[in-house]
Structure formats: C-alpha cells, structure tokens
Design a protein. Structure first.
Length: 401
C-alpha cells in the first residue's frame, strides 16, 4: 500500500465513516497515490490504515464502484479506474450537474417528518430521501407540475440518475407523458402506485388485497358477521378500492359469510381546516346512509372505513342511529394515523384496528428498485414490488371468540 495514506486530508467528523472513506480514497485516486489500473488494497488493509471497520470500507467501495472509480474483476479484485474521475471532472462533461442526483417529485414544500405516526404520505417521501442519502446520492425535490408542459426537457439536457414519484395516485394532466419521455431518454423512473396509467414504469405499491383480507378476518375472529365496507362516493374509484374490495370478499366468503354491498357515502373533506361545525355537518350527512343498516332486522356489527380519518364521523353517525360504536358496531380504519387525527378534538372514537401500509419501507424499496435497475440485474419489462402491510390493533374492547 502506498505510504502516507491516511484520514488526515479529510476533516469532516460528522460524516458517517463510509463517506469519509469514500472521500479519502477518491482523493488518493485523484492525486495518483492509488495508480490507475492497479489493484486496490484489501478491505482489511484499508480498514486498519484508516481506523474504521471493514463494514464501512465495504460500503464505501460499493459507492466508488457505482461512480465507476473502481472496477471489480471476475476474480473479485477491485481495480482503480482513474480515467472515470478524469471524465467526471472534464469541462466537456461538466454540463451534467445532476450526474449523482436523484429527483424526488413531491408537491410538499417541506417533505420532512412532521407526524409521528406512519400513515402520512410524508413517511413515504422521507423513506425515499433517507435511503438515497444513505447510499450516497444527492437529492433534488421538485414539484410534479414542473415536469409538465415541456418542463421535463431540462432533465434531458442534464440527466439525473433517476426520478422517483412517491405519489403517483395524483397523476393527472401530463405527468405520464413527461415521465414516459424521460424514461425513453434513459432516465430511470420509479413510481409508487398500481394504477394502469403507470404500468410502463418500475413501481412499488402496497398489497391492499392482503391488508383488507387480514383486517376483515380480524373482525370475523371477534364474532362479527355483518361487516360492511364504507367508501367515499367518488368517480372514478381509485385502484386500491378494487383490491380492498376483493380482500374483503375473500375473507367473508372463506368464513361462509355474505359480503355486503359497499356503502358509498359523501366524501369527508380532506386537506382543509376542520372545525367543530364542519365536523358535525359531515357526520350528520352519514346518518341517513347508516340508518337502515343499523336498524334492520339483521343490523351491521362492524364497519371498515376507507381510512382512519373517516372513523370519528362514522362513529357519531352510528350513535345517532341508536347503536354504540366499539360495542354494537366495531369500527376499523386504514393507513395508521388515528392518534394524530384533528377530529380527536371533538371525538374520542378511534379504530379498533387499522392497517399500516409500511410507507417508510415502500420509500426505501423504491430506491432499492432503482439501484437494481442501474446495476442491470433486472429484466427489461417493468418490475413490481408489492409490499405487505401490517395489521395494527389500537383499541380492542372485546375478547376474541
């Protein structure tokens, strides 16, 4: 190993060890201390010389291989590739300022964690960003509207490593066309969601079928037989409705129970300031929809709401119909954010059970899928990663029968 190689040239103690190792080895390559086309010292030698663990060295070497500064031979040896560094610093190639950057498309002005519960969409975004930074990428947050109407062309001039869209559920008005043009130009595009509009891209999404199946079975195991799925009356229905409906039907059929028709109701306003007056107005709208189901000769004994935030409204409406939420009728939610609902200011009703889609993990999986696409280890056809959600009990009031 060349003499005089140490960490002394890098004074950045706040950086994780793997990044300090990468920066130091990169400097050695740039200054010729590690000659071009020569084998790199072993991980053990580097770890001893730099005073770090072999895990940090191994991670740093993987980052340098991604940059092209190290090449792994068929015998598992790493060889220095100094010409790659010259190409990166060549003025003629300097126009690609995004060469180590991944673009995350998000409308959130501050895509940082503001909530503690995992059901918020920001967890998905932050999972992407955390995994990117952990693997040495730079991150550029861009509003999705910036890529429509020809805005995507700036990314054709200076191509990023990839583009991640953690919120494909809102794809409208030209996003698909812009992403398609970028994908055709060689930019890796990874999308969250299972709608047909994004089927041409590599994508990650939640297994809503299994989430709904396990949730329905949980209610059946607690003696519930008349279970109804409540859903906002929107057009068109989102892709996850069909997945959840099928999961619900399978659980009911497997138990010899009759699936009930979906109870479509007015959508509760989202993303606005909820006041007491608005809360009361919205739950009163639901009374008429629940009344017959609650007062029939075979009344419902459980409701699976579209999301946690619908539960307080449904609970108050069911009270108005003469039934007791949590006893006569169990209320299930979805998405796992109930303990941070603004409606708790006027209602103590939370779901007895909810479903955690594993948003943070799905964000990380988007980055892992991108890395595998970069490495060339995936088939040419678009890949799907379906993440199994987790059932979460919140407020169990009845013993299992």
């Amino acid at each position: 190993m060349a003499t005089g190689l140490s960490f002394e040239s890098l004074d950045a103690p706040r950086l994780p060890s793997r990044y300090r190792v990468r920066a130091t080895v990169r400097e050695w390559i740039a200054t010729g201390r590690l000659p071009d086309e020569q084998p790199l010292p072993s991980e053990r030698e580097l770890a001893e010389r730099l005073g770090v663990g072999r895990t940090a060295v191994r991670s740093a070497m993987e980052l340098l291989q991604r940059e092209g500064l190290l090449i792994e031979t068929e015998h598992g040896k790493r060889v220095v590739c100094a010409r790659a560094l010259k190409e990166q610093t060549n003025p003629s190639s300097a126009s690609n300022v995004l060469a180590s950057t991944v673009v995350v498309l998000t409308p959130h002005p501050e895509p940082n964690i503001r909530h503690r519960q995992p059901g918020w969409i920001e967890q998905l975004i932050q999972g992407c960003i955390h995994e990117l930074r952990t693997n040495g990428y730079d991150v550029l947050a861009v509003h999705p509207d910036r890529i429509i109407a020809g805005g995507y062309e700036r990314f054709l001039e200076s191509k990023p490593v990839g583009i991640l869209l953690p919120e494909a559920v809102g794809l409208l008005g030209g996003y698909e066309d812009s992403l398609h043009a970028l994908n055709q130009a060689g930019v890796i595009v990874i999308v969250y969601g299972a709608s047909d509009s994004v089927s041409e891209f590599d994508r990650v999404y939640s297994d809503h079928f299994m989430g709904s199946f396990e949730q329905t079975r949980w209610l059946i195991d607690r003696g519930r037989r008349r279970i109804v799925l409540a859903w906002p009356d929107t057009n068109p229905l989102p892709y996850w409705y069909e997945m959840r409906r099928k999961g619900y039907e399978k659980a009911m059929n497997d138990s010899g129970l009759e699936p009930l028709p979906t109870l479509f109701m007015p959508e509760v306003p989202q993303n606005i300031s909820i006041t007491r007056d608005l809360f009361e107005k919205e739950y009163r709208k639901q009374v008429g929809f629940f009344l017959e189901l609650c007062q029939s000769s075979h009344p419902i004994d459980a409701v699976i709401c579209h999301t946690d935030g619908e539960v307080p409204y449904a609970a108050q409406a069911i009270r108005r119909c003469g039934r007791v939420p949590g006893q006569d009728v169990l209320l299930a939610g979805y998405d796992h954010y109930a303990l941070e609902m603004i409606e708790l200011e006027w209602s103590n009703d939370i779901p007895v059970v909810t479903v955690d889609k594993q948003n943070w993990f799905m964000g990380q999986e988007m980055v892992r899928l991108m890395r595998q696409r970069i490495s060339g280890n995936l088939p040419s056809e678009p890949q799907r990663r379906i993440i199994r959600p987790k059932l979460v009990e919140l407020n169990v009031q009845q013993p299992k029968t």
